[in-house]
Design a protein around this ligand. Structure first.
Ligand code: ADP
Length: 259
């Protein structure tokens, strides 16, 4: 038996409690739905390249005539895609679990970008790609170096994947009022205004077809967003369809004597 006296105050408290419980139930429901969607997406994304790898390998085993470099390349591309996916998923889940704590240090951002781009250019020059770096002065920042370079890598990879036939990418460093802004600019296919707000969402891809050799994961920019938000950094994108995109972020500059 339970006895509640329904004077005004009790009633209000019960109404509030019921409202809170309702909200919690809705949130739980949403969470569960998101969780289910995530698992469905992940399994779909993992299964697609695996199916291709198995199918192509079996055909090549059984039909010697099909054992061509093109077919082997499909297997390699799909295996690469699988690696990218697994890496991105691990990054996301680590970011989510908060396991990736911020490891702040002071470093020369300009110098590090330059070295990364040198290496990248060496790797990509045989495919005809070129990344230029424009800057006026060297600046230091206090940030999680590893994560900031994950951001830069993801932005450069996208710029290269989506750039136009000139295969040129420009990384630009601008400094104004103790704020450094890094821009990654390509003159590629661009993103339409209606798709632009969603590119930061997990698993969002403008082009959902499979016409690319190595398909994207749709996770890169959501990792970028996560990391930049951990740094309380400003970031954004400007893009014009068929003209190109500019992805940027900003960090505070710190004073540092040349060592
Ligand atoms: P993906 O692995 O598909 O590249 P991202 O999260 O990095 O995933 O990007 C999400 C989507 O945003 C991409 O699928 C692509 O449609 C679009 N996008 C990202 N960067 C660019 C760019 N530089 N130019 C044109 N579209 C881009």
């Amino acid at each position: 038996d339970f006895n509640v006296s329904f004077d005004g105050k009790d009633y209000r408290e019960i109404a509030e409690l019921s409202e809170t419980l309702n909200q919690a139930a809705t949130d739980l429901g949403k969470n569960e739905k998101l969780q289910k969607e995530l698992i469905a997406n992940v399994s779909h994304d993992l299964r697609t390249p695996l199916t291709m790898i198995i199918a192509y390998s079996e055909v090549m085993r059984d039909l010697p005539g099909e054992n061509t470099p093109e077919n082997v390349q499909v297997v390699i591309d799909e295996a690469k895609r699988l690696t990218n996916l697994v890496n991105d998923m691990l990054d996301i889940s680590k970011l989510q679990a908060g396991a990736l704590e911020m490891k702040l240090s002071e470093f020369n951002l300009t110098d590090r970008i330059q070295k990364v781009l040198e290496r990248y250019n060496k790797l990509k020059e045989q495919d005809g790609y070129r990344i230029d770096f424009e800057y006026q002065e060297e600046v230091y920042v206090c940030a999680d170096e590893f994560k900031i370079f994950q951001v830069i890598y993801n932005l450069i990879n996208n710029a290269i994947n989506y750039t136009g036939s000139d295969k040129r990418v420009l990384v630009r460093q601008l400094v104004r009022e103790q704020i450094v802004r890094i821009e990654v600019i390509d003159s590629g296919e661009g993103i339409s205004e209606e798709n632009l707000p969603y590119v930061w969402d997990r698993y969002y891809k403008v082009d959902k077809t499979h016409k690319r050799a190595v398909m994207g994961t749709g996770l890169g920019l959501s990792i970028v967003k996560n990391i930049l938000e951990l740094h309380h950094a400003e970031y954004g994108v400007e893009s014009i369809l068929s003209a190109g995109s500019k992805f940027w972020f900003e960090l505070p500059v710190i004073e540092k004597e040349e060592i």
